[in-house]
Design a protein around this ligand. Structure first.
Ligand SMILES: C[S@@+](CC[C@H](N)C(=O)[O-])C[C@H]1O[C@@H](n2cnc3c(N)ncnc32)[C@H](O)[C@@H]1O
Length: 267
């Protein structure tokens, strides 16, 4: 499973300053898929710490695609991850970038046994609830280690967009199956164990004792616009980043976003 958020500097550069030559077309392409999440994270970091170092746990953080850039910003980041291979890759990535990220082998369901109750400023749960056995139990663990007033950054795969993508690829019966399936799967061969709807994810957040504030659509257009229209063209890539940012909170467009990002808080 690859990194879903990628490189903060890429997202910030291509999405913020408008320069493109330094980042190149490949990086601009990545930025179009990640800029909305990094924009949301930047807002959270500012609100929670105003620039001061925060204690951050990245649950199911994989190889550190988010954790390493956060450590580069000066935060104390711990990745909890069941895969030893991913933890080894995380260590290499952090070493290459000259930062320290603590890696702990474990599962989202173990969080309250690994960290003090209510001691973490920000918990990332990015593309992980799809894979855990019990998403509500995992989210309760996440809430348990988040400090009162602290935040959770949740990124999940959108079942509605999954249906659209399946249909556009010509897999019409699978699209129908996904649309009607409780877990948002298109069939037994589907590599994703679970997808989420906006109401479903907000219900989970509430049941876990968190308050959901903002839902953003991530990759509203990036997975629909043909690659030849922008992937080799840094200028077009920047326009796509701006389009993604503008579309992220458009309620009618949430349905077609490949991913849903929710910022939630522990009251
Ligand atoms: C799609 S990857 C996402 C990785 C990273 N969060 C990102 O956004 O790039 C899913 C990750 O969840 C991890 N994972 C699977 N089951 C888990 C569990 N029960 N608790 C925590 N992480 C889990 C996998 O090992 C993998 O690293």
């Amino acid at each position: 499973m690859g990194d879903q958020v990628g490189d903060r500097t890429t997202g910030a550069a291509a999405g913020g300053s408008g320069e493109g030559g330094a980042t190149g077309p490949g990086r601009a392409a990545n930025a179009a898929r990640t800029a909305v999440v990094w924009e949301a994270l930047a807002g959270l970091l500012d609100r929670l710490g105003g620039g001061a170092p925060l204690d951050i746990v990245d649950a199911g953080g994989g190889t550190g695609g988010a954790a390493v850039p956060l450590a580069e910003l000066g935060h104390r980041v711990t990745v909890v991850e069941p895969s030893p291979d991913s933890l080894a890759a995380l260590e290499r990535r952090a070493a290459e970038r000259g930062v320290r990220v603590r890696g702990v082998q474990g599962e989202a369901g173990d969080l309250t046994s690994l960290f003090p109750e209510g001691g973490t400023d920000l918990v990332l749960v990015h593309n992980v609830l799809e894979y855990v056995e019990d998403p509500l139990a995992a989210l309760r663990e996440v809430a348990g280690i988040t400090r009162p007033g602290g935040a959770v950054s949740l990124l999940v795969t959108n079942a509605v967009a999954g249906t659209l993508h399946r249909a556009l690829a010509g897999h019409l019966t699978e699209a129908r199956t996904l649309l009607e399936d409780d877990r948002g799967r298109w069939g037994p061969g589907d590599p994703v164990p679970r997808r989420f709807t906006r109401p479903g994810v907000l219900e989970l957040i509430g049941a876990a004792g968190l308050t959901g504030e903002r839902v953003r659509g991530v990759r509203v257009f990036a997975d629909l616009v043909p690659g030849h229209a922008w992937e080799g063209d840094a200028h077009a890539g920047r326009h796509l980043v701006e389009l993604e940012k503008a579309a992220a909170e458009h309620p009618e467009l949430l349905g077609i976003a490949t991913q849903l990002h929710v910022t939630a808080h522990r009251p």
